[in-house]
Design a binder for this molecule. Structure first.
Ligand SMILES: Nc1nc2c(ncn2[C@@H]2O[C@H](COP(=O)(O)OP(=O)(O)O)[C@@H](O)[C@H]2O)c(=O)[nH]1
Ligand SMILES: [Mg+2]
Length: 377
């Protein structure tokens, strides 16, 4: 059985990968290793560069994935297709210092640790010339991870680590492959891991560019919520509720401003009994629905978001469903009031709260199945 497989996920790293393979060849010279690149069909044809090297060097192998995309799932694919005793995971962009690989191996192979992390925050480690913004994002993400998960690791956001095949097999079925931070998945899903951190200095990227983006941050938060609360409630539903709460604030503020400006009732325009409604309510409803649509489209249902013209059709559906929700909410509150179960007034706190809860849940499923219906790609 081979001792070590170095899994290198790549997306547009054609310039970096030959340099990294050369460096790894030097550092690992005394070890029985294999280099396994998992490339997601990079437009810059990273896979061709690797195949070229592999044709002369039997330690180098490439998996080219056509129908899948994503960092964590690429790492899982790499691990699953090798039967080495240990797996190393590192970025292919030369930001991770290969010099500590023997130290990581020693930790899991000789010192009895389950997992070894290349750490920027441990002794001898440093974030190098991380920009202020990246430092802030990384700091926030680390704080969130520490708050939500029982991890006692100084650099849980690291993408550089080594783990045994045994631990991988324990984690394999539990891991959410949609995330960007695969180390967190290991730390969060396998309880009681013995972890060692080995410091290194993070280097700047020279070739290619980072894939960190708004959607990566969104996916990170979803993955973290899934790790912590996934067994109780879907993170997507939580985001949906948070967006709904922001809509309530938009509504309240709009109505307050509208009323203070003396916006009139909608007399003459609408038939009774609606003509007694203040027009600020209507404006508040419209703005809060718009607010909710935009946030839900870009954050909650990010993977299924509408673009360009489809945005309008999506909005129309969402608006209609919001009206249905309003109807459900008021009907439930009135029905409850009629039964007199909790209170005899529809506007009382408890009747209202139940009405809202029922409407939120039915609307969530309606939106999931209509506004943001899963389409085949
Ligand atoms: N296979 C695969 N690799 C990816 C994907 N996204 C990023 N990578 C690789 O993962 C590593 C880390 O990505 P990078 O963009 O440098 O993230 P950063 O270090 O946080 O800026 C690099 O080797 C990337 O080429 C992906 O969707 N699929
Ligand atoms: Mg990088």
């Amino acid at each position: 059985m081979r001792l070590l497989t170095v899994v290198l996920p790549t997306y547009n790293e054609s310039k970096n990968i030959p340099i990294l393979i050369e460096r790894l060849t030097k550092v690992l010279a005394k070890i029985d290793y294999e280099i396994l690149v998992v490339d997601d069909n990079s437009p810059d044809k990273t896979y061709e560069v690797v195949d070229q090297i592999g044709s002369k060097n039997s330690r180098v192998r490439c998996i080219r994935r056509i129908h899948e995309r994503g960092l964590s799932s690429a790492v899982m694919t790499g691990m699953a297709s090798s039967s080495a005793k240990f797996y190393a995971v590192m970025d292919a962009d030369l930001q991770h210092d290969e010099a500590i690989l023997p130290g990581l191996l020693k930790a899991v192979n000789e010192e009895g640790f389950d997992l070894a992390v290349g750490s920027r925050a441990a002794e001898d480690g440093s974030f190098g010339e991380f920009s202020r913004l990246r430092r802030f994002i990384s700091w926030t993400a680390t704080m969130l991870a520490k708050m939500l998960l029982p991890v006692n690791v100084k650099d849980p956001m690291s993408g550089y680590f080594m783990v045994s095949r045994e631990i991988f097999q324990q984690a394999e079925e539990k891991i959410n492959p949609l995330g960007f931070k695969i180390l967190l998945e290991f730390l969060g899903r396998v309880p009681g891991l013995k972890v060692k951190e080995v410091g290194y200095t993070f280097r700047n990227r020279v070739h290619g560019e980072t894939k960190l983006s708004g959607s990566v941050i969104r996916n990170y938060i979803v993955a973290l919520m899934d790790l912590r609360f996934g067994h109780l409630v879907s993170p997507i539903f939580v985001l949906y509720c948070l967006v709904g709460a922001s809509g309530i604030i938009v509504y309240i503020v709009t109505v307050a401003i509208g009323d203070s400006l003396g916006m009139p009732l909608i007399r003459d325009v609408w038939p009774a009994p609606f003509n007694a409604l203040p027009s600020s309510w209507l404006l508040g409803f419209g703005l809060s629905v718009t607010n909710n649509y935009v946030w839900n489209n870009y954050i909650t249902f990010h993977e299924r978001r509408h673009k360009s013209l489809a945005l309008l059709a999506g909005f129309a559906t969402f608006f209609l469903i919001s009206l249905i929700g309003l109807l459900i909410q008021t009907s439930v509150s009135y029905l409850l009031a009629a039964t007199g179960l909790f209170a005899t007034h529809a506007g009382s706190g408890i009747n209202r709260a139940i009405g809202i809860t029922v409407a939120v849940i039915t609307n969530y499923y309606l939106n999931l199945n209509f506004t943001w219906r899963k389409t085949r790609r």
